[in-house]
Design a protein around this ligand. Structure first.
Ligand SMILES: CC(C)(COP(=O)(O)OP(=O)(O)OC[C@H]1O[C@@H](n2cnc3c(N)ncnc32)[C@H](O)[C@@H]1OP(=O)(O)O)[C@@H](O)C(=O)NCCC(=O)NCCS
Length: 186
């Protein structure tokens, strides 16, 4: 299927699935944060991302992250066995900088506004710092107020505007979090 057709089909599915927003009842302590645990996690993550992000990703993209950065940066939030949120990241050399990158972040609607995304992102950033990253970057749609507010609160700055970055034609902000330089050893 062509990409455009895929996107239209997904858009229709999203609209059909849209239900009045219901808030889930839960205690924060009931949310379990786990690293990627194997292929059985893959459909859960793909389902969340497919439902909530405009950009379509193939299974190869997911596997790229899973196989190269399995336990380090692929985190999910579970509530009573149900996957309610995920963050997908990577890290590596970029122009002489060791850089972390947040590729996807999703929390399903009934669980939003309770700090789950903040916790997923914070845990990923902590792992990136511990692994020697000097900065973390990501892209977010300029219209995505929720994500921009969340990352702004965590200290990310808007480094660049990328015109028509997404397949849907929307611009992106490249967001960047710079870690304090390591203490000089004299
Ligand atoms: C963005 C998203 C991951 C936030 O998940 P969440 O679990 O609700 O986030 P948190 O509860 O940790 O919220 C943290 C902060 O983000 C901001 N925020 C989150 N959702 C918001 C919204 N819809 N509108 C405005 N601000 C929002 C607020 O500043 C909030 O702080 P608060 O404690 O003052 O309310 C979630 O809305 C989502 O999955 N959206 C669809 C996918 C998406 O856009 N992903 C990001 C791609 S870059």
């Amino acid at each position: 299927m062509l990409l455009q057709q895929q996107k239209e089909t997904r858009g229709r599915e999203r609209t059909m699935e849209a239900k009045p927003e219901e808030k889930a009842e839960f205690e924060e302590a009931e949310i379990e944060y786990v690293s990627y645990g194997g292929e059985h996690h893959l459909p859960l993550i793909m389902n969340l991302v497919d439902q909530e992000l405009s950009e379509p990703y193939s299974i190869f993209t997911y596997r790229y992250f899973v196989y190269l950065w399995p336990q380090l940066s692929f985190l999910q939030a579970f509530h009573k066995g149900k996957c309610v949120g995920t963050v997908v990241c990577k890290m590596g050399e970029h122009r002489n900088t060791f850089r972390g990158y947040i590729a996807m972040l999703v929390v399903i609607k009934p669980y939003r506004g309770r700090g789950i995304a903040t916790e997923l992102v914070t845990r990923s950033i902590r792992m990136m710092m511990e692994s020697g990253c000097e900065e973390v970057t990501l892209e977010a749609e300029v219209t995505n107020k929720g994500a921009l507010a969340l990352y702004g609160r965590l200290g990310f700055i808007r480094a660049k505007r990328l015109f028509h970055y997404y397949l849907n034609g929307v611009d992106a902000f490249r967001l960047k979090l710079l870690f304090p330089p390591p203490r000089q050893v004299l």
